[in-house]
Design a protein around this ligand. Structure first.
Ligand SMILES: Cc1ncc(COP(=O)(O)O)c(C=O)c1O
Length: 487
């Protein structure tokens, strides 16, 4: 049984003293100290249990014994870099390849999603000889400099307009609920992909050349966005016509999370195959590992630069042993099937909430990738940002961990470990139902301006007094209005 070695206040004090202040904790006004976890449950220092609906890293469940065993057994034998021959590396690459279309056959192992996307950009630049990159609005692709440049989710937080680089082009997010072309549009896939085509034309007029289009197969931080079917095929045609490649970021959504398929991009149909796929978070179930997979042609071009690629930790025997164990557990416990069944049940139950609660504007999802968008007005789609925060804080009081994301922080975001059960789904939906009922009752949804914030960040609320302290205006909405952020 794990124990804590410092009391909670001491942990907080040391964190404040020695950890960079921009590294945030969940629920910063009353953070949770977790000392052990198992399956879909996390336990704090008092042994209190929390249901984890947000941890897409502990993919096959926290501390899965098979994964732990694989790690410790390999650690006892050997861990070293990939300049020595080792079977784990090649066997794992072969197993991974078997989940992908044949064209994607060459792997580079790295240690984080950011490293994977940074390498993907280098591959694209080298293969195409071009520089320009098209990214989607609200996208997040990682924390290193090259990726902040292509992550509007991050660079929009900076007041400094210079952070928008000339070679980066931002296409509208293919969001058919709140985006530029909505569900009532006759052909949103074509309309959104035409935006990419037009961006390419404008880049060409300015002398730019397209190296890559990068997108998550389903946008996660961007608000659990599900692109219309056929969108990626049409985008890929425009991008390839311009000599560029398509990078699918599967860091959050890959590895069976969407239930019906192993990879998110496969939801678009078998006729869409990206040129480069990046993966991360779930691949090592918490162990830092990630991977870039591409075609032989792209890999050859990277080789022809003459520069060796070396990564000290990427693809080491321990990481690959863990990766193999994760794939085995996924298969042996039919966790992709569980995502399909339980995720479908969860989405159906949440869909019923839409019938009862005016705050629920949209429910969308595939498997265990589910979003519930809260709005104050279903016609104007006014984001219910404070209400979404209220929901996640109230859930936390009930020991259920959920997050709110998207450009307005009004999308409840489900991405639980893949062992999440039917009972877990029913519990969380029931609790959300009760919390929404309280908020709507207090607000009287016909008078939405009962909830607002004044300029000094003081609340004028008539319902709960448990809203967290307002920290800062760090985000801008579609109309450039400030959005206050709670941690
Ligand atoms: C879609 C996506 N890509 C890339 C990354 C970066 O991964 P990491 O934090 O492992 O560097 C993240 C992290 O949140 C992500 O969500």
């Amino acid at each position: 049984m794990a124990t804590e070695c410092l009391d909670k206040q001491k942990t907080i004090d040391l964190r404040k003293k020695h950890i960079g202040p921009s590294c945030k904790v969940f629920f910063s006004h009353d953070p949770i100290k977790i000392i052990r976890a198992k399956g879909q449950y996390m336990y704090d220092e008092k042994g209190e249990r929390y249901l984890d609906c947000i941890n897409n890293v502990a993919h096959v469940g926290h501390s899965h014994p098979d994964v732990v065993r694989a790690a410790s057994q390999q650690m006892e034998l050997l861990n070293t870099n990939s300049r020595f021959l080792h079977d784990n590396l090649v066997v794992y690459a072969q197993r991974l390849q078997a989940t992908l279309p044949d064209k994607l056959s060459v792997c580079y192992f790295v240690n984080s999603g950011s490293e994977a996307n940074d390498l993907a950009l280098r591959l694209a630049w080298q293969y195409t000889g071009h520089k320009d990159v098209i990214t989607l609005n609200n996208a997040y692709h990682g924390h290193v400099s090259s990726l902040i440049d292509i992550s509007p989710y991050k660079f929009h937080q900076l007041s400094d307009a210079e952070h928008h680089k000339q070679f980066v082009h931002v296409a509208p997010s293919p969001d058919i609920y709140r985006g530029k072309y909505r569900a009532d549009h006759p052909d949103p896939a074509t309309a959104y992909s035409d935006e990419v085509r037009d961006i390419i034309s404008r880049a060409h007029e300015r002398g730019g050349k397209i190296a890559a289009f990068i997108a998550e197969s389903l946008q996660s931080c961007g608000g659990q966005v599900i692109p219309p079917a056929g969108y990626f095929q049409k985008v890929a045609a425009h991008v390839r016509q311009a000599g560029g490649v398509v990078i699918a970021d599967e860091v959050q959504v890959g590895f069976g999370r969407v239930g019906s398929h192993f990879w998110g991009f496969q939801l678009q149909g078998a006729d869409f195959v990206p040129d480069i796929v990046t993966m991360g978070k779930p691949i090592g179930n918490g162990h830092p590992m990630s991977c870039v997979v591409t075609s032989r042609e792209v890999a050859q071009a990277f080789m022809s630069s003459g520069m060796e690629y070396f990564n000290t930790f990427g693809g080491n025997p321990v990481s690959c042993a863990i990766g193999l164990a994760v794939l085995d557990v996924l298969q042996n416990e039919d966790l992709q099937g569980n995502a399909l069944r339980v995720g479908g049940h969860l989405t159906r139950l949440l869909g019923k909430l839409k019938e009862k609660h005016p705050l629920v504007g949209d429910v969308r999802g595939h498997g265990f990738f589910v979003g519930v968008e809260l709005v104050r007005d279903r016609v104007k789609l006014t984001p219910a940002t404070a209400e979404a925060q209220e929901v996640i804080y109230k859930l936390k009081e009930e020991h259920i961990l959920l997050s709110a994301d998207g450009p307005h922080r009004n999308v409840l975001k489900f991405k639980p470990p893949m062992c999440f059960s039917r009972e877990d789904a029913e519990l969380v939906v029931e609790r959300i139902h009760l919390i929404l009922s309280d908020i709507e009752k207090a607000l009287n949804m016909h008078m939405p301006d009962q909830v607002h914030f004044d300029r000094g960040c003081k609340r004028k609320v008539s319902f709960s007094d448990n809203l967290p302290e307002c920290h800062s205006v760090r985000h801008r909405g579609a109309g450039n209005e400030p959005i206050r952020v709670y941690n």
